[in-house]
Every structure is written in structure tokens, then in C-alpha cells.
Design a protein around this ligand. Structure first.
Ligand SMILES: Nc1ncnc2c1ncn2[C@@H]1O[C@H](COP(=O)(O)OP(=O)(O)OP(=O)(O)O)[C@@H](O)[C@H]1O
Ligand code: SF4
Ligand SMILES: [Mg+2]
Length: 325
């Protein structure tokens, strides 16, 4: 196996929060948004991340990108450990890793033409480029994402959501990063536009040798785009495996419940979504034992006290005490 381009080891993110009235002397409590996530990702591959709202998907990729400070853990880019407090490391990170967001319109500056929006990263990351080369690179990139040149002097509000996401992708990729972190980039788009944007991302990935981390709620989308998948719950990883394994034969009880809710496009196949009863634990006072125990239909007594580690083979890892590994 080739050395991973991105390695994340035991990454944790906590937020200090004040509950109730905020007095200067009231102590802050820690909200555990990401609880020890680890993975390796090889160049040119796609890691999909799924899980319910609030499970820490965005916080995880924002922490990797250096947009929120990790409280513990380590990230390596191409074998080099990143120091998020070091300016030079952060410059390298920003040049080599870019991010696209869920709301394509809000993530573009409304006062800039799309030509300037896409050209802007080149000013920071490729300062040696002449103005003419910058113009050419911008034109090529907008052309690759399917925006015709006659539209280059228009502003973001004059485009549809799908076109804005294409412009966002052009901006993220114009400086030729190695890794693209995608935070639900198609959730706000209609189904046919989703498919176009995903196919565009896959084409650009193949052309540019890009490595993708792709957050989505839609398991169909995840199955289509990902090589491997992380299933997250309460900031932790419940299952990690190739996309086909997770989607076609999930092993963790939480992955099984998530998958049971996905409609099957065949009227002869009857599916019964598994309803998860029970409350989610508070991310502020994490309980001992398995984080999924309050909703798990398969829990046993031991689940109350033992936090299952993510164990298994290189092909599939599951964090569940019932796993015979
Ligand atoms: N800046 C912040 N301050 C305090 N808590 C935060 C902050 N950002 C996120 N959180 C909390 O961290 C947890 C994880 O949030 P996050 O946005 O990463 O979830 P998510 O999986 O991306 O959810 P969604 O699918 O809705 O986007 C949640 O409990 C959230 O309330
Ligand atoms: S460890 Fe126990 S509670 Fe957790 S997923 Fe497995 S069976 Fe369910
Ligand atoms: Mg999110």
C-alpha cells in the first residue's frame, strides 16, 4: 500500500460552552464534538463520512483544515506532521488542502465577479504568476467546471445553486490543491443537479489526481463517490470499511439503522426503516460504555460500562462489543 497523503490519528475537538446565564465567573463546560477519530487516506481516493446531524462531521473536517483547533490528536499531510500553531505549516496546509461548503451561494463573495472570485486564490498561493497567466488559469478552470466565458463578469446572485457550486469548486481547485474537503456540497441542490456536480467532482478528481474527503447525509451519494466510508456517531467512528461493504452489508447496529432508512428503487423490495428509540446522550456529559447504548436494539449489559474500540481487519473495522474479531 502507498503511503497515505492524509493521516489522522486520535483527533479530538472540544468546544468550551456556557450553559444558562453567562456570568464572567460561570465555568465553561466541554462539548465533545469529535472523540478520537483516526484514518489514513491514499492519494486519489475518496473517504466518505456519514452520520446523523450533530455527530461531528463538519467539525472533523474543519479541524483537519485548521478552521477549528483540535484539542488532541495529530494530522499528517504527506508524511509531515502539521503544527496548527505554526504559520508556515498553515500556509502549506492552505495551499495543499481546500474546502467546499454546503451553501454554494453563501460561500461566494457577493460583491466580486466570478472571474475575481476564482482568480483570488492564485494571488495568495501562486504570487509568482503574471496577471495574464492568472487570467488564463481562471478561464481554464471555469471552463472545466462548465461556466461559459460570457458569464465571467457576472456576480454570484445571478447564478443558480448548481452553477454557484461549480464556481465554488473552480475556486477551490484553481490553485491545484492535493486534497479537497467537501462538507455536504450537494445537499442544497436538486437531485439532477446533485448528480451533475458529483460527476464533475469525479471527473476532476481523475484528471487532477485529487484526494477527496466527502461528507454527506445521502448514503446513495456516498456509495457512488467513496472508496472507504466512516460512519460517525457522537463524534466517534462506529464503522470504517469500503463503501460497498458499509452500504450493502453494514455490521454496526447504528450503520444498520442508518441503512434501513434508505429507500430501495425497486417496488418489489419491501424495506422497513428501523426506528431508533431512546435519547441521544449529551455531548457535554458523555456516558461511560458504548456511546450508542441508549438507542441500540442489540445492547447487552456490558455495553453500559465498556467503550468498544474500533477493531477489525484492514478491510473493515467496527466499534461494537458484539463483534467477534
Ligand atoms: N462553534 C461551536 N461551538 C459549540 N459547539 C459546536 C460548535 N460547532 C459545532 N458544535 C457542536 O458540535 C457537535 C458537532 O457539530 P457538527 O456541526 O460538526 O455536526 P455535523 O455532523 O456536521 O451536523 P450536520 O449534519 O447537521 O451538519 C454538535 O453538538 C454541535 O452543536
Ligand atoms: S457495543 Fe453494545 S450498545 Fe454498542 S453498538 Fe454494540 S451492542 Fe450496541
Ligand atoms: Mg455539518
Amino acid at each position: 500500500m502507498t503511503a497515505p497523503i492524509l493521516s489522522v490519528k486520535d483527533l479530538k475537538v472540544t468546544f468550551a460552552i456556557h450553559q444558562g446565564k453567562r456570568w464572567p465567573w460561570s465555568p465553561a463546560r466541554s462539548l465533545h464534538a469529535v472523540n478520537g477519530v483516526s484514518f489514513d487516506l491514499s492519494q486519489g481516493k475518496t473517504l466518505g463520512i456519514v452520520g446523523e446531524s450533530g455527530c461531528g462531521k463538519s467539525t472533523l473536517i474543519r479541524a483537519i483544515a485548521g478552521l477549528v483547533p483540535p484539542s488532541e490528536g495529530q494530522v499528517w499531510l504527506d508524511g509531515a506532521a502539521i503544527d496548527y500553531n505554526n504559520r508556515r505549516d498553515m500556509q502549506t496546509l492552505r495551499r495543499r488542502m481546500q474546502m467546499i461548503f454546503q451553501d454554494p451561494i453563501a460561500s461566494l463573495n457577493p460583491r466580486m465577479t466570478i472571474r475575481d472570485i476564482v482568480a483570488e486564490p492564485l494571488i495568495y498561493f501562486r504570487p509568482e504568476m503574471s496577471a495574464a497567466d492568472r487570467r488564463n488559469a481562471t478561464r481554464d478552470m471555469l471552463d472545466r467546471v462548465g461556466i461559459p466565458e460570457r458569464n465571467f463578469n457576472r456576480f454570484p446572485h445571478e447564478f443558480s445553486g448548481g452553477q454557484c457550486q461549480r464556481i465554488g469548486i473552480a475556486r477551490a481547485l484553481v490553485s491545484a490543491p492535493q486534497i479537497l474537503l467537501c462538507d455536504e456540497p450537494v445537499s442544497a441542490l436538486d437531485v439532477s443537479t446533485q448528480a451533475q456536480v458529483i460527476n464533475l467532482l469525479k471527473d476532476l478528481q481523475a484528471e487532477m489526481g485529487l484526494t477527496l474527503v466527502f461528507v454527506a447525509h445521502d448514503l446513495g451519494v456516498i456509495r457512488h463517490i467513496s472508496d472507504d466510508v466512516l460512519v460517525m456517531y457522537m463524534g466517534g467512528v462506529m464503522e470504517k470499511a469500503p463503501a460497498s461493504h458499509v452500504v450493502d452489508a453494514p455490521r454496526h447496529p447504528y450503520s444498520q439503522a442508518l441503512l434501513s432508512a434508505v429507500p430501495v428503487p425497486d417496488p418489489r423490495v419491501k424495506t422497513t426503516p428501523q426506528v431508533l428509540n431512546g435519547d441521544l446522550p449529551s455531548p457535554i456529559d458523555l456516558p461511560p460504555g458504548c456511546l450508542f447504548q441508549s438507542r441500540c436494539p442489540k445492547r447487552i449489559d456490558a455495553c453500559r460500562n465498556v467503550r468498544p474500540a474500533l477493531l477489525g481487519s484492514a478491510n473493515r473495522q467496527v466499534a461494537c462489543l458484539l463483534e467477534d474479531v
